[in-house]
Design a protein around this ligand. Structure first.
Ligand SMILES: [Zn+2]
Length: 280
C-alpha cells in the first residue's frame, strides 16, 4: 500500500496513523514492531534536526530494511522547508513529504506547495501542507516557545482547493513540545468548519502532552495523522540515563539501547492504542 492510500483508508474510520520521529535505528525498529503487533501502520519521520545527525541516505536505508522485513512503515519528511531537500527526499524514496510553508504569506505558501504536489504526485508520494503556525519545539520547557497562530478557516479552504494536498496540518490549539504542568486544549471547531467546504484529512502536530480524550476528539473531527516526538525523546533519554546510573561499568551500546527502547516501546504502544481507539 502507498501512503496516499492510507489516508483514504483511515479518513472515515475514527482511527489515526501515528507518526514517530526517530534519530536512531533502534527507535524506528521499536515503533515498527509495535505497529505490526497491532496490525496497524506508522510513519517514521525525520525533521531537519534529525537529518543533521543522519544522512538522508541512511534513514532511507533503515526504513527500506524494515519494509523488506514486512513492517508496515512509511518514511515521512517532517517540516520540509527547503525545495532542494524535498526534491532529494522524493528522489530517494520518501513516502510522504510535509512541506511547511506556514510562515510564508498565503499566496507564496500555495505556490510552493503546488510545486511540491506536482513533483510528488507522479511518484505516488503523499504531500502534507500547512496553514496557520504551530509553535514550539519538541522539548520540555517551563513555557511555550514560539507562539502559535490558529489556522484561519477561509485560508485553509482556499489552500486545499488550490494545492490539492493529501493532508492538511492545522494549528488548532496544539504546539510542538510540552510545557510542564500544562495540557493542550484543542479547538476542533476549526476542523469542523473546514470540513464543511473541502474534503481533506487533517494532521495533528505536537501530539505529546495531549490528554487521551482530546486526542480522541481530534480523531473524531477528522485527524488521520498524529505526530509524536517529545514523549519518545523523554522516554529514550530517561532510559539511557537510568541504565548508566544503574550499571556505570557496562559500556555495551546494545544493553543501554535495549533499556531505553523498553521505555520508548511503552510510550509508542500507548500512542498506537489511542490512535486506534483501544481502551479509551
Ligand atoms: Zn510538527
Amino acid at each position: 500500500m502507498k501512503a496516499v492510500d492510507l489516508w483514504q483508508r483511515f479518513k472515515d474510520s475514527k482511527k489515526a496513523v501515528p507518526s514517530f520521529n526517530f534519530t536512531t535505528a533502534d527507535v524506528a525498529l521499536t515503533a515498527a514492531k509495535v505497529v505490526k503487533k497491532y496490525s496497524h501502520y506508522c510513519l517514521l519521520s525525520t525533521s531537519e534536526r534529525e537529518l543533521k545527525f543522519n544522512t538522508m541516505e541512511v534513514v532511507v536505508g533503515i526504513v527500506k530494511g524494515l519494509k523488506e522485513q514486512g513492517f508496515p512503515v512509511f518514511l515521512n519528511l517532517d517540516h520540509g522547508r527547503d525545495l532542494e531537500i524535498i526534491k532529494k527526499a522524493a528522489g530517494l524514496g520518501y513516502d510522504c513529504i510535509h512541506f511547511d510553508g506556514s510562515t510564508l504569506p498565503l499566496g507564496e505558501n500555495i505556490r510552493i506547495t503546488k510545486e511540491v504536489v506536482g513533483l510528488c504526485r507522479p511518484h505516488g508520494i503523499s504531500v502534507e501542507g500547512e496553514v496557520g503556525q504551530i509553535g514550539g519545539s519538541s522539548t520540555v520547557s517551563d513555557e511555550t516557545t514560539g507562539a502559535s497562530i490558529l489556522t484561519n478557516v477561509d485560508e485553509a479552504i482556499r489552500f486545499v482547493k488550490e494545492t490539492g494536498v493529501n493532508l492538511l496540518a492545522c494549528s488548532f490549539g496544539s504546539f510542538h513540545g510540552m510545557v510542564e504542568g500544562k495540557t493542550k486544549v484543542l479547538d476542533t471547531a476549526i476542523l469542523e468548519e473546514i470540513k464543511k467546504q473541502v474534503v481533506v484529512p487533517f494532521v495533528l502536530h505536537g501530539g505529546s502532552g495531549i490528554d487521551n480524550n482530546e486526542i480522541r476528539r481530534a480523531v473524531d473531527a477528522g485527524v488521520v495523522k498524529i505526530n509524536f516526538n517529545t514523549e519518545l525523546r523523554l522516554a529514550w533519554s530517561a532510559g539511557i540515563k537510568e541504565y548508566q546510573k544503574e550499571k556505570p561499568e557496562d559500556i555495551i551500546p546494545a544493553n543501554e539501547l535495549a533499556h531505553a527502547d523498553q521505555k520508548v516501546e511503552e510510550v509508542i504502544e500507548a500512542k498506537v492504542k489511542i490512535c486506534l481507539g483501544i481502551n479509551v
